[in-house]
Design a protein around this ligand. Sequence first.
Ligand code: NAP
Length: 277
Amino acid sequence: MMTENAVPTVTLNNGIEIPQLGFGVFRVDPDKTNRIVRDALDVGYRHLDTARIYHNEEGVGHAIKESGVAREELFVTTKLWNDDQTDASAAIDKSLARLGMDYVDLYLIHWPAPDNDTYVQAWRSLIEIQQSGRAKAIGVSNFTIDHLERVIAETGVVPAVNQVELHVDFQQAELRAFAAGQGIAIEAWGPLGQGKINQSEELAGIAAAHGKTVPQTILRWHTQIGNIVIPKSNNKDRMAENFDIFDFELTAAEVATIATLDQGEDGRNGGHPLEVH
Ligand SMILES: NC(=O)c1ccc[n+]([C@@H]2O[C@H](COP(=O)([O-])OP(=O)(O)OC[C@H]3O[C@@H](n4cnc5c(N)ncnc54)[C@H](OP(=O)(O)O)[C@@H]3O)[C@@H](O)[C@H]2O)c1
């Protein structure tokens, strides 16, 4: 039964549904991953975002097994690290072994690492991985418009997802518009600014008007402009806070006010897609 707080899904370009709100585990200590992911599942998250390079795929897998939540109720993403781009098939097999699964719901090329010039080769391998059933959907992460255009032109296969840094201070309007035109879903990483939460009066005022916190208001903004969001927290109360965003709606004027907070490139917190190798 649907409740008013149920997490909506976004339908990807191959028909697979992804919960619009998930839980990310970047910088979650491998030794604590089991407890933290168990807490997230307990709060109600059913979409988990990990990566080989986070070194916590095993903890994610253990938490899922111990939780008793059925595999088919979950949406699990992992990512191909840059030095595996020339052997993605072996890399996903190792990720699946660590996760204790025979498929992931979404497999992403983590960074384009364009100096290596192997991301098109990697994308061809992901297409085969999807055909083999080891990933239900495939996509990319940290791709610019140029990288997206190239993989589409050279393979004819449009990524289902581009997971990129995106938050109030760094809104990526041009990339979002391009992705919308191609049917590529945008997943926002660092959706809360990686903890540097925007402290503007505007956001504080909008949050107060709805009786919500600023992080809740930011996450709600993401979902209303169409982003999939994967906030991370080690703290169960904050996990629950971040999960409780579907019982209110921002007005068009509030969404327009938040658009004015964009700092463009100055708002970027993380690595630049051309510079992470
Ligand atoms: N594809 C990529 O290259 C890439 C890069 C980075 C991240 N990601 C993915 O995106 C996920 C989310 O990004 P992120 O973890 O970097 O950043 P984030 O979710 O924007 O922010 C996480 C930080 O915000 C704090 N926080 C969370 N909820 C809060 C709340 N309600 N109030 C106050 N503080 C709060 C957390 O602290 P506490 O833990 O103490 O609550 C943590 O320090 C990652 O976990 C990962 O899965 C992908």
